[in-house]
Write a protein that binds this ligand. Structure first.
Ligand code: FAD
Length: 321
């Protein structure tokens, strides 16, 4: 039996985040030929509907409201629940981002449904779909299936390949009016702490520094390398605690989880809590002075050396390509 699946489009700075397209690909597999309904919540977001359709949505429902301009869990939950009441889908897919992690438990509890969070792979399709997710800080994977009720899934960015964009696809775009009210929080202003350009959670290349970077200035060569490779800078908690960089860069169990194509760990020992946030990266390169450092156990390529010598050499080599 084919399923109707809702996919929440996540918008940042007026642009759909890549995880939205990955969520549509996941929804296709769950739907097994059923309808994919893209959902856009916000203000001034309607022009993004065609992009959802180009990536595989069959139809788009838009809820626009001044209270949805900036994310609040109350506002987005009211809007998404209203779309859910109208559409009555068999499944809902959201990115496992900061927004998704905040919103999904609220929706799941209101719907009295199960929630399979942080899915990295889906086996089978339709009713037989089995969801694979890391547990124990990425040391093991479990396979989960929901037997009844709405199948509610959040997917980890950078793990499920999006479908090819097809701008010739067409689909209906509907507006739904929702009276967003009784918000416990109203966002007056958003002040950005950092703007590194490339979003760390979705970056294809991450150059991360640890306590071995030794200072805020020590991060400069890492930033140069990240810029050169079109990537983002990340950090261990050791580097954040030492105030070499902002906590928004922290990767790990209590930081961000990243799965880039290339992860370069410089001056990071490889504590289990750090590995929890990066060990599923496709290729890991570790640079560390200590040949016994734990990070080498998960690295595909290890360079034993001083990062302040190795990183400038890497920059030189990449510039020469
Ligand atoms: P260190 O362990 O001090 O390692 C520094 C490394 O740099 C060493 O291996 C050293 O050989 C190398 N080095 C030094 N100088 C150079 C040089 N010039 N060139 C090359 N290498 C050099 N940590 C996280 O990262 N993320 C988390 O989310 C996280 N969550 C935590 C949650 C809990 C509940 C707890 C208890 C801890 C958590 N931690 C987390 C902390 C974690 O246990 C480690 O303390 C931390 O990851 C260590 O950071 P580090 O590798 O940068 O520092």
């Amino acid at each position: 039996m084919s399923n109707k699946v809702l996919v929440l489009g996540e918008v940042r700075d007026g642009v759909l985040r890549n995880v939205t397209f990955e969520a549509i690909a996941a929804a296709k597999q769950i739907s097994d030929g059923g309808e994919i309904v893209g959902v856009l919540l916000g203000e001034g977001v309607s022009q993004l509907a065609s992009e959802l359709i180009a990536y595989g949505a069959d139809r788009v429902v838009i809820v626009e409201h001044p209270h949805l301009k900036t994310y609040t869990s109350d506002g987005f939950a009211q809007a998404l629940l209203a779309v859910n009441d109208q559409e009555k889908p068999e499944a809902i897919v959201i990115g496992h981002t900061s927004l998704g992690k905040d919103l999904s438990p609220k929706i799941a509890s209101r719907l009295q449904s199960g929630l399979i969070s942080d899915v990295t792979e889906i086996e089978g399709k339709g009713e037989d779909a089995v969801f694979i997710r890391p547990i124990y800080s990425g040391k093991a994977f479990e396979k989960v299936k929901i037997k009844e009720g709405v199948v509610f899934v959040t997917i980890r960015p950078n793990n499920i390949a999006p479908l090819e964009k097809n701008t010739t696809r067409t689909g209906d775009v509907l507006s739904l009016s929702v009276d967003i009210q009784n918000l416990r929080t109203i966002i007056k202003e958003v002040v950005r702490k950092t703007s590194t350009g490339v979003d760390l959670s979705e970056a294809k290349v991450v150059v991360a520094g640890g306590r071995g970077v030794k200072s805020e200035e020590g991060f400069e060569p890492l930033k140069q390398l990240a810029d050169l490779l079109g990537g983002a800078v990340g950090a261990s908690r050791g580097a954040c605690d030492a105030e070499y960089c902002d906590y928004s860069l922290q990767i790990g169990q209590t930081g961000k989880v990243v799965t880039p194509d290339l992860y370069i760990a410089a001056g990071i020992s490889g504590a289990i809590q750090h590995l929890a946030g990066m060990s599923n990266s496709k290729v890991i390169v570790a640079i560390n002075k200590d040949p016994e450092a734990n990070i080498f156990k998960v690295a595909d390529y290890g360079i034993v050396g001083d990062l302040f010598e190795v990183i400038p050499l890497l920059i030189e080599e990449f510039k020469a390509l």
